[in-house]
Design a protein around this ligand. Sequence first.
Ligand SMILES: [Zn+2]
Length: 432
Amino acid sequence: MRLFRRSALASAALLIFGCSTQPAMFAPNARPVNFQGQSGPVSSKLIEYSGNFQPTFQNSFLSMRPLVQNGYTVLKVRYSNQQQINQLNEIGMDVWMVTPQHVLGQVNDEVFQRLQDSRLPFELISPERGISAANTFDPQYHTYDEMLQKLRSVTQRHSQIASLHDIGDTWEKTQGQANRDIWAVRLSGQGNPDQKPGILFLGNHHARELATVEIPLLLIDLLTENYGKDPEITRLMDSRDIWLVPMVNPDGHILAEQGQNWRKNTHVHGRHRGTDLNRNYSYQWGGGGASTSPASDTYRGEAPFSEPETQAVRNLLTSRRNLKVMMSYHSFSNLILWPWGYTTQRVPNAKLVEIGQKLGQMTGYRPQQAADLYVASGLTDDFTYGELGLYSYTTEIGSWGDGFDPPYSRVKDFWNENRDAALYLIDMAGQL
Ligand SMILES: [Zn+2]
């Protein structure tokens, strides 16, 4: 029994948000299901919502998924200036999308209270407070263990051109609670890779953004399987040093694998858990659009690079000074973003913008400066551009209908959208 289907709602969403592809749809108020067709609870703690809920365009995201009492509320806040969007980030709203008049996203119970105190006008998209979509994990997505197995086998099979590197421990490993590492694959053909211009691809800073693991994995397959066969791939591999970290946040990913709505790592801060790894980098850390509260989904951490995961990425970058370009994959919104994120001030670098526009054309996603979506600080690309001088980009994969956890069948569409852009960026690394 497969419960997702297409409907008119998806088309409405596409028109309004300008999304390039058709999302899969789920039956409203269906039982939680996994994608191999067995019905069952996504998490034993969640109770299915049985109230009346009329699907409309605004709640199309929710109408596609099973609704559960998970303590989260999806809502839209009307704003009249950029400062109010920043304020929403700071009080800890998990911002999913910004339209010309509204910010759409999700809040937990504590942030709901703070939102009420802020007096910003908002409307529920959820049918009630504390009811939101169940997160799902299509078993065709790679788990942490499956990813590691795959990386081991690819690098063994292609040992002349591929190597596997443990670049650091996760937070849970530093606490003796688990044995997970952050893994990087290095790909390069003939010649000394240290002397070639390099590029770094990152996936899954945010645990629940499932497709962001798959795109780097598919890129690894494309480059290794076609080396020596496809002249263009062979040229890129022989002339570039290509690094990929498909899963920056393995601890968080384990929770996403269990169907939890999990964004941060799992660092315990008193009675709360998790630091937002994409608010923890040092460049302009502590500025706007990041929360000082561990209860928030955008908690910046105790200090810049307080987290072992961001330290691992930093250490890789600072030990590889041949790296010229960085691409970090996130979900969702069909966007290509470039620095700055911490300020709406423009970067004095026309080439950075030109490449970003080109990536927009190639993916069909909307290209823009990150801060034009909303101001946020402690970002990966502000660090890699501001501190290290890399040409730095973020891709937000998927539409409003896809959310963070679309069925795996959507990955082939995402790959079609992102493959040529990734190859273009690899090529550009040698031209900067
Ligand atoms: Zn993200």
